[in-house]
Write a protein of this length. Structure first.
Length: 280
């Protein structure tokens, strides 16, 4: 069963309104005077990290990808829960966990551990507090909006190519793949201005198409980056649709939101052939 089919079946189950139809980066739950933002992501060897990877990097990436989902909602982290397989590298995993939690001032709330005979598995649940009255969703993009990108597209791919193919890349590119940096501060700054916002994890073109489909619009992206870079995942940038922003703000304009057409996403006004990004 492919991911899309699995999620479509999940949507037939009883869903909390905060689940946003399972079409967003995180659940948004109002409790009393607070709004909680809750997300859960897993990482797997050979998909999110290379076989034989340093467990320090595995722990860092596990937490980072979840914090990136909170960033996409403009949330302030409250804490995380970890699910981890005990392995020979568990001590090194804990070093990486300590490093990223300290770096972003995020406390550990708890979690669970197992010892299994098969491949190691790691999961993380991140809980955040909304910092804006309206938490941006993927579904809010409006015709006439400008499409903006905070962060970089392509660095993680260059880092992966260096590690797997021996191609030239900078230390920053390699770090972008091994230890991504969630844009939490940028997310909190941009959330009040965003009509729609999400993180870019599976490829810019694919994630833009998801925003377009959720919003009932078409997104036209300027060809500002290499075609493969726009289809490759692991960037953890922030993609947002908003009314024109002050040019002094850091996100760069990369396209526009159009009324609904035959395709979810265009590049330079033309439909895109082939897979748009990474799908499980």
């Amino acid at each position: 069963m492919h991911e899309a089919e699995f999620i479509a079946t999940l949507r037939t189950l009883p869903l909390h309104p905060g689940a946003r139809g399972l079409s967003d980066d995180a659940a948004v739950i109002a409790i009393g005077g607070e709004t909680l933002v809750v997300t859960h992501d897993m990482v797997a060897e050979g998909v999110h990290y290379l076989p034989g990877a340093d467990p320090f990097d595995v722990a860092w990436k596990l937490v980072a990808v979840n914090l990136s989902d909170l960033a996409a909602k403009g949330a302030e982290p409250i804490g995380i829960l970890i699910g981890a397989s005990l392995t020979d590298g568990s001590a090194r995993f804990l070093e990486g966990l300590r490093a990223i939690l300290t770096e972003y001032d995020v406390p550990l709330l708890g979690g669970d551990t197992i010892r299994a005979a098969g491949p190691a598995g790691f999961g993380c649940t991140a809980i955040g507090r909304a910092t804006t009255a309206t938490v941006p969703a993927r579904s809010g993009a409006q015709p006439g909006d400008t499409l903006y990108l905070a962060g970089e597209i392509g660095a993680a791919r260059r880092g992966w190519l260096a590690l797997t193919k021996g191609e030239q890349a900078s230390e920053d590119d390699i770090a972008a793949y091994l230890r991504p940096r969630p844009l939490l501060a940028q997310g909190r700054t941009l959330a009040p201005r965003a009509h729609a916002m999400m993180d870019v994890s599976d490829g810019l073109l694919l994630d833009a198409s998801r925003m377009a489909a959720a919003s009932g619009v078409t997104i036209d992206i300027d060809a500002f980056a290499d075609d493969q870079a726009m289809r490759w995942g692991d960037d953890y940038a922030l993609l947002l649709a908003a009314s024109p922003l002050d040019s002094a703000l850091p996100p760069r304009a990369i396209g526009r939101v159009l009324p609904r057409q035959a395709h979810d996403v265009l590049v330079d006004g033309r439909p895109v052939a082939g897979p748009l990004g990474y799908q499980h």
